[in-house]
Ligand binder design. Sequence first.
Ligand code: FES
Ligand SMILES: [Fe+2]
Length: 381
Amino acid sequence: MLEPIDAALRDEVARFDPTLPVEEASTPPSSWYVSGAIWELERRAVLGRAWQPVASLHELVEPGAYASGCSVGEPWVVLRDDEGELRAFANACRHKGREVVRGQGRAESLVCGYHAWSYDLRGRLRSAPRMAGIRGFDREALSLPSLPVRAWGPWAWIATDPQAPALAPRVAELDAMLARTGWDRLRLHSRVSWTLACNWKVYVDNYLDGGYHVPHMHPSLDAQIDMASYRIELFEEFSVQTAAPVAAADPRTAVDPTQRIGGGAIYAWLYPNFMINRYGPCMDTNLVIPLGPDRCRVDYEFWFEEGEGEAARAFVEQSIEQAALTQREDIEICESVQRGLGSRHYDHGRYAPRVEHGEHHFHRRLAQDLRRAVGLTGADQ
Ligand code: FES
Ligand SMILES: [Fe+2]
């Protein structure tokens, strides 16, 4: 159900001026990070329209392999059908709405655990027990609604909005950039999730501050990347930060930067909430799942080029521990920022123009969607 847009919400959205250059701009007001009304608006105008990577393609190879989950209030199931097609459906049973399947697995049909209605792998209702005597029961009309689904990189992506803009043009340049790193050689090693007491945008902002906080908050990472080489490049739907490894060993870390960072690091952010960190023989990804105005979950995946033997295993463990250390430091930052944003004495900030323009780019892109949703003119600026 769409709520009517009230004037106060429109005014709050209008408080961030996307027409100003980064040198003159102020950051969005703190209300964007704490208000339930902005959160509801984002749910439908931003997150509800976004493509999300929901499963690894290597887990969806066999006919009947499926994965399911819930993305910003929309349960979904993605699967490989009996003809090899990737399909996705709204995972809400047409009987009483229970999620038809949960978790992941392999099945010949999707059977709802509540009253055993079953659907084939194309989402068509195949059986509904004990419905004798019902009138006007149109089985054909009771398929699971299809959702847009695409394969990109090593993932299956879905959009919960059937009108979502196409994925491929949004990621074409990023795809070319990552293809040059040989990312098709990577294999999924493991996943881990962290829940944070902060708005999802606090995490994204922190990621996009152009390495501004790295020397202050991440001594071990700072000892691996050469901050003088840090570059930020903006594209329409994503931005990319790059950095070279340090030239000489630094006592602040036991990690060998020439091995872990290799020829350089690519930190790519795809609007609105996905990050791909590609460096050396590693890739880790962060999907920021908004859970409420002041809560989010970050789902990490760790990918590595395949290596044999004890040295390769030790490297993988050390690399994951390093990523977890950086993440713990970032959690501390983000939760502290959220407390500050809740202060009656803080309203908005400013950008460091030569470092935080990636963050400014995110806020402008976000403002475009929010302004359009509340009917403000100039939404495309
Ligand atoms: S809710 Fe699925 S069978 Fe009743
Ligand atoms: Fe950080």
